[in-house]
Every structure is written in C-alpha cells, then in structure tokens.
Design a protein around this ligand. Structure first.
Ligand code: EPS
Length: 416
C-alpha cells in the first residue's frame, strides 16, 4: 500500500491518492472529517485556521460506502484559495510579481529550497513545504485507521510537553512511571479519549493542560512560538509485525521515518528512548514471563512494544519532539535572497504552537505505517481475506503460547 499527496498551501485543493487498499472496507467522509477537525484545533493556532474548514471529498475507489480495491482519491479544498487565486493560478495569467517572497525565514525550507530548485521567489518553496500538507496526510491516515479498527488496533496520542511545561511524569523520568502509566492507560482507553477530546492542548492532566495554555498565551504575548513533545500509543498489535531481516523492514525504522517526515519534528523516541542510554541493561530490558493462564507476558514495556524491529505484543509507545514554529512575531535575522542585504524577518500570520495538531498528524502517520505492516503480514485483496488471515495468525500464536486475552488486544476487548 502506498500514497502520494499533492497541493500547495494556497492552491485550490490538497489531493492524495492511496493505492493498495483492500476491497470491502466500509468508509465514509464523515469519519475522516472528524480527524480533520481534530487537526485543525488545539490551543495556539493562528489566523489561517479561522479560514479553513477541512472536509474530505472522495473522488475515486469508493462506491456505496465501501472501497473497491482500486486507487482511492481524496480531496480537501483550501478555502483560502479565493484570496490567492490570481497569484497562485496555474495559467500564464498568474500574477507572479505579486506577493513575492525574497526574505528567507530561519527554520523554514525557504533558503535551501530556493537554492535547490533555482527559485527567485521563495513562495515557490513555502507553498509546498508548508504544514498545510498535513491535512492530506491526516485524511490518508484516517483511512488506515479505519482499516486498523477492523483488526481491533487502536491508536491514541497525547501531548506531554509544551515548551517548559510537561506532565509530572515527564519530569520524573521514564522507567517505572512510564510503565505504570502505559498500563493504566491501557485500561482507560475510552476515558482517555473523552478527556483528550475536551483538552485544548490534548493533555490528559487538567492542571498541566491549563499550565500549557498559559505558556502558549505567554509566548503569544511575547511574539514568540513554542514546540513540545507528543506521545503516540498503539494497542492491539500481536507479536510479529515488521521484520529484523532487512533494515527497511524493521517497523521501528518506518515509524521513526514517518514521524520525522512531519513538518517541524526534530526527534523521535521509541519506548524509554533516550533515557535508555543512561540506564543499566538490567533496568532497561523487559523480562519475559510465562504462565499457562496468561501465556507469555511482560511486566514492563521500556522497549515500547518493539524488539528487533518487530512488534512484541506490548503497546507501541512513540514520542516525537517538535521544534517551535519558525514564523515569529519577534523578527529573526536573515539575509535577502536577491539583494543579499541583512534584514529582520517580517511579522507574518502564523500559529504560536501547533503541537496538539502535530499530535493528530502523528497518530495519522503511525496509523498508516501500522496498516502497511498489517497488510504485508496478513495480505489479502479484500477485507474478508485480510481478516481471515489475521484470525488464522492469532490462532497460530495461541498454539505457540501467546494469548490474545492477556495481550493488549484482549484487554481492549474486555474493557471497551
Ligand atoms: C504554515 C503557515 C500557516 C499555517 C499553516 C502552516 O499558514 P499561512 O501561511 O496560510 O498562514 O496556518 O498550517 C496550515 C495551513 C494547516 O492547515 O495546518 C507553514 O508555513 O508551514
């Protein structure tokens, strides 16, 4: 399964084509729109999100509410297009001398993009480099999420840090506390979703949520911007997705790449991640136990559900660090592309903080990689074929001593 996205931030539409989806998957536009709304929200967004009302339109590959097996085309309109039409239109009549950008903003693709593609107008770079494209990626990821639901796989994301404000567990370190948190959250998936849906920063802890909002207000008042860290958990993955036999088949390779590909992400961790480096092996590795009742089980999940690039049956735990948005109201020093004169970057419309939005994008790109891994493992041209292969594999695992009931798949079924 693969996909491409296309579109400029102020062009008429964003488009994505997905190829390789099995036939027979029930999907509707409303399902995708719910995720698009989540991406548009979050505390700290700027003026552009007042204009856009992202909604997907299916243009191919779906009939009567079910996928056909052919390429699925998704389209999202840019409402801002009406304000940019004359400048952005594809025809020769485009007013290319208007809204020209020659002042590269530090932290954006502006300077390297203009040099790489031989552009004199940085608009030709920023239009495609823009995080506007993440709307298309969320639409694509939502299709993958729908497929994963059929296999009882759930993904949930949360913001754990914005600027200097972080969840108390963050400050405490990541071994015991993190394990306890992962376990607790496993039982509380439904409640977690409800709390997160009402948190403007996508943070589970109310006190931290309020402190994060204050931090964003402070940054806004100072004309500054903020980054942060979000965490994605995936539940319901049996052991055996991904492979250690080749570097590019390792699931952690793909998940890390997917998260790194999201605009402004500068770091990714899996499980206890960078904290592992400071700890002894005896503390880090998740010991293996067995009982006839539970089958194979673990008491810790520092590996974040991945060993040797393969899922081990524990929840997947990923984190991504987002840098502060580089478009600032406090000008940074830069140099004009054409005149080579130094200047202080002009004040522009921008988000103060887009970490909650990036978390929704993170969920989407993780959903995509997990759906690809499932299709590779189980195969099938139709959903029925995929599910039959999946159930067959779960039955095989049970024979080998890995029990669905005591795994995160089973726990989910019991509690939700
Ligand atoms: C972005 C700049 C802003 C953001 C945009 C990403 O857009 P504009 O230049 O139109 O003000 O709002 O994000 C989105 C449009 C979006 O949908 O998330 C950038 O430079 O990356």
């Amino acid at each position: 399964m693969r996909y491409l996205t296309a579109g400029e931030s102020h062009g008429p539409v964003l488009t994505a084509i997905i190829e390789g989806l099995p036939a027979g998957l029930a999907i509707n536009e409303e399902y995708i729109n719910q995720q698009l709304v989540r991406r548009q929200g979050g505390y700290g967004r700027g003026g552009r999100m007042q204009i856009e009302r992202d909604q997907v339109k299916f243009l191919s590959g779906i009939r009567g509410g079910f996928t056909l097996g052919g390429p699925v085309t998704l389209q999202i309109e840019n409402r801002d297009w009406v304000n940019w039409q004359e400048v952005m239109t594809a025809g020769l009549e485009a007013r290319l001398t208007q809204r020209v950008v020659t002042k590269p903003r530090p932290g954006h693709a502006d300077l390297s993009g203009a040099l790489k593609y031989d552009h004199q107008d940085i608009r030709n770079v920023l239009e495609r480099a823009s995080a506007r494209d993440t709307a298309a990626r969320v639409a694509v990821g939502s299709v993958a999420r729908r497929l994963l639901e059929e296999l009882d796989i759930e993904i949930v994301g949360q913001v754990v840090r914005i600027g200097k404000v972080a969840l108390p567990e963050e400050e405490a370190g990541k071994t015991e506390q993190q394990v306890a948190r992962v376990k607790k959250f496993n039982l509380w998936l439904k409640e977690r979703r409800e709390i997160l849906a009402s948190s403007p920063t996508l943070c589970l802890d109310q006190e931290t949520d309020l402190a994060m909002q204050k931090e964003i207000d402070l940054a806004r008042a100072k004309g500054d911007s903020l980054g942060g860290v979000f965490e994605i958990h995936a539940y319901g993955l049996p052991p055996g997705l991904g492979s250690y036999v080749q570097w590019d088949r390792r699931l952690d390779t793909r998940l890390a790449a997917a998260l790194m590909s999201v605009q402004a992400i500068k770091g990714v961790e899996i499980g206890a991640g960078f904290a592992c480096a400071a700890l002894a092996g005896s503390v880090v590795h998740d010991e293996i136990f067995f009982s006839t009742e539970r089958g194979f089980y673990r008491l810790t999940n520092n590996a974040g559900g991945l060993e040797g690039g393969v899922t081990n049956g524990e929840p997947i735990v990923l984190r991504a660090a987002m840098k502060p948005i580089p478009t600032l109201n406090t000008p940074l020093r830069s140099v004009d592309l054409i005149s080579k004169e130094p200047f202080a970057a002009a004040v522009e419309r921008a988000d103060v903080c887009a970490v909650p939005a990036a978390c929704v994008v993170g969920e989407a790109v993780v959903a995509w990689e997990l759906a690809v891994a499932c299709l590779e493992k189980y195969g099938g041209d139709s959903l029925n074929e995929l599910k039959a292969n999946w159930e067959n594999y779960l039955a095989y695992l049970e024979v080998r001593g890995w029990k669905l009931e005591s795994s995160s798949v089973g726990v989910r079924k019991k509690y939700h």
